[in-house]
Design a protein around this ligand. Structure first.
Ligand code: NAG
Ligand code: NAG
Ligand code: NAG
Ligand code: NAG
Ligand code: NAG
Length: 380
């Protein structure tokens, strides 16, 4: 389907299945900024958080992988990977904590704007770009090799025990600054849906490591107020696996989907939400984005720019469908500068972006809608 011809036929009424939990809470909104740690001017970061706060957004999802160049028109300071030279496997002097030190400051800023960070601890993108794990194992063996699994677990433990520079407490105690952790952005994508189905235990095993480390703090906090998430796959059907639903260490299943049809209220999204409710787990639309171009939304788009009104109409309509499903959502991505429209383009510039007001309004609208899942204990 081409977005340019999308017609918003109707604002869908609240789904009947949400009736029983309609008073539970409201869906929240947030955004992604994978290179957040590298934004090179304090003012740019402040402006970002002011904008997001103004939209009522609660969560910003960040990654830990090194970046060396300007991203999406945002000036950044280059930083190395957390494991820049070799796989560290618990040898603490081997990790380069620069990225964690930067996020230390960034999380304080987030908190002062009533937001928390959701931390993704490694990304498929880094693996594919041949970071130390990609070089050693490639994008499939990384998930099947026992030593790679052990080294990944060691990385998570290292991150969770990183001592915040000014608060002098490890991240695993700072649940007022972070709301959740996940092992990998889009684990196993590029290996086919059947590979994800065959290796779904990988997610539960990694989540167990993360959860165990967080739970070791029960003495400090009566309950661990964090969620452990899957980090998403490429579309809804891939993102939801039975072995994710039944894994007690996984609190939240992340949905990443860029096909408009994945959020059609008339299709599967409703039955998926019901599966999560039945399994006593939660869903988040952790990545969604509305294309700037007139190509199909999930077609790594680049084409002719849509008229602003059409794109805004699409943002509104898609957000309304996500709201009707009762789901919280993080946009890919609200960026701190005017959007230069590089590459596959879903971004919305917080500063002067012609779609920012629409996205902001959609985020605010969610705050008064009924939710399928109650996240309030994890948010500020
Ligand atoms: C949502 O969760 C919060 C925190 O656990 C709780 O106080 C509140 O009662 C819940 N809301 C409903 C309607 O269950
Ligand atoms: C950052 O913001 C402060 C206060 O608003 C201002 O005085 C300063 O000039 C800004 N710095 C830059 C580099 O824009
Ligand atoms: C970490 O990386 C930074 C930036 O490249 C570098 O200056 C620093 O020496 C590195 N630290 C360690 C412990 O390797
Ligand atoms: C969870 O689901 C997976 C995939 O269907 C299955 O292999 C596993 O046995 C289930 N585990 C439990 C504890 O039910
Ligand atoms: C919302 O879902 C309805 C029902 O499936 C569909 O007709 C409509 O096109 C969707 N809206 C958008 C903007 O995708």
């Amino acid at each position: 389907m081409r977005i340019g011809s999308l017609i918003l036929c109707c604002v869908v009424p609240v789904l009947a299945f949400l009736g029983a939990v309609a008073s539970a809470a409201n869906p929240f909104a947030g955004s992604n900024l994978y290179y957040a740690a590298y934004v090179n001017e304090a003012n740019t970061s402040v402006r970002t958080f002011r904008g997001l706060q103004n939209a009522g957004m609660k969560v910003l999802r960040v990654w830990l992988d090194g970046q060396s160049e300007t991203q999406k028109g945002t000036n950044i300071n280059p930083f190395p990977d957390l494991e820049p030279v070799q796989i560290c496997n618990s040898v603490s002097s081997c990790y380069n904590d620069t990225v964690l030190d930067h996020l230390d400051e960034f999380m304080l800023l987030a908190r002062s704007h009533d937001m928390k960070l959701l931390v993704d601890m490694h990304s498929f993108n880094a693996l594919q770009a041949d970071d130390v794990y990609g070089t050693e194992y490639g994008i499939a063996d990384f998930y099947t090799n026992a030593i790679a699994q052990e080294a990944s677990d060691a990385r998570f433990v290292h991150v969770l025990n990183h001592v915040q520079t000014t608060l002098h407490q490890p991240w695993k105690e700072l649940n007022e600054y972070t709301c959740g952790f996940e092992a990998e952005n889009e684990a196993m994508i590029g290996d086919a849906q059947t590979f994800i189905e065959d290796h779904q235990q990988w997610q539960c095993d990694r989540a167990n490591t993360i959860k165990t480390e967080l739970k070791a703090n029960t003495g400090v906090h009566p309950r661990p107020h964090w969620v452990v998430l899957t980090g998403g796959e490429s579309w809804v059907v891939e993102s939801v696996q039975p072995g994710f639903l039944n894994c007690t260490a996984l609190d939240v299943i992340s949905i990443h989907a860029y096909a408009v049809t994945d959020y059609y209220t008339s299709s599967d999204i409703e039955s998926y939400v019901q599966q999560a409710l039945d399994a006593n787990t939660k869903f988040i639309v952790e990545e969604w984005g509305v294309c700037y171009y007139d190509t199909s939304n999930n077609d790594y788009p680049s084409g002719a720019a849509l008229p602003t009104d059409t794109r805004n109409y699409n943002i509104q309509g898609w957000a309304a469908n996500i709201t009707a499903a009762g789901l919280p959502r993080l946009y890919w991505e609200a960026i701190p500068n005017a959007d230069p429209h590089w590459g596959g383009d879903y971004e919305v510039g917080i500063v002067d972006g012609p779609s920012w007001n629409t996205l902001k309004q959609a985020a605010r609208d969610a705050l008064s809608a009924p939710a399928g899942f109650n996240f309030s204990e994890y948010l500020l």
